[in-house]
Structure formats: structure tokens, C-alpha cells
Ligand binder design. Sequence first.
Ligand code: SAM
Length: 155
Amino acid sequence: MDDAQQLKNIPDNSVDVFLCIESAFHYPDKQKFIKEMRRVLKPSGTFLIADLLASSRKKRYFLERWKKKMNFHHWTKEEYLQAFKEQGLKLTYDENITKPVIDGYTDFGSWVPQNKFKYYTGYLWYKLFVLIQVKVNIYLLKKRRHYYVFAGKIG
Ligand SMILES: C[S@@+](CC[C@H](N)C(=O)[O-])C[C@H]1O[C@@H](n2cnc3c(N)ncnc32)[C@H](O)[C@@H]1O
């Protein structure tokens, strides 16, 4: 499997539709990723990126170690737009889908079916784990991040 920042198994101008869903926030060198996407796209090709973005470039030093451990490298919307421009990519569609993503968590209780667990305590611990994850994600989506979809083509 290729690293998205170095698609060495994909020839130039060979891809009709390039999809990157909820993955780019893990790439340390996103400039290289956008450049590679541009390289492999056919002149008539299209791309779609769904990604978690940072709402600002403000650094919170106490979180840096955690971000490094989690391999988090969120870009801002402006950084994406700049990179698309630099690579001669034209945006045809962009949407902030943060709200519907948050709404999607509403029913998280049903994600953990009790009958999958041998012991009720195991079920309760797992449910607590999911609850914490969901609350942290909702907090981050409301305060620090945006969930965006970008689509475009060479142009
Ligand atoms: C949050 S998961 C989402 C995966 C996918 N969207 C899905 O729904 O299954 C992030 C994914 O990014 C992949 N990833 C992280 N760094 C990568 C890189 N440099 N190149 C390609 N994929 C990478 C990970 O392997 C992981 O599968």
C-alpha cells in the first residue's frame, strides 16, 4: 500500500476519481500529498477530500505531545485553499459538514449492542469508553475543528 504523500505505484495522469476520506489529517506533509494527487490525476479527473481541519493555527503546547502520539496534522481551510491554488487545482465544491457529523453521534448508544458482551460489566465499561470518545469528539468538533468536504479538478 502506498503512502498518500508518495504514491509511487501510481503513474502520472492515470486517475479518474481520487478519494481521500477522513485520512489526510494524519499526513505530516500535506503539501506533498496535494502535489501527488495533482500528479496522478488525469487532466479530466476529479478529486474529493473529506477531512478534519483545525479551526485556527493557535498552538496549545500542552497538547503537542498527544497530537504527535496520535499522528494528528490538521490543516486549516486556508492552508488547503492555498495548496489547491499552488497546484493548479480548481475547487468546484466545498462544504462544512461539522453539524451533520455532530448530529450523527446522537444515536451512539445503539453502537454498542449488549448481546455482544459475555458480562454486563464488560458492556458497561465499553459503553463508558465509547461515551468518553464521543464526548471528546463532539467537544473538539464544536470548539477546535471543522469537518470539511472539498471537491475539484485540474483547472
Ligand atoms: C481515521 S482512519 C479512516 C479510514 C477510512 N476513511 C475508513 O473509513 O476506513 C485514517 C486512515 O488513514 C490512514 N493513513 C494514515 N496515514 C496515511 C498515509 N501517510 N498514507 C495513506 N494512508 C494513511 C490510516 O491507515 C487509516 O486507515
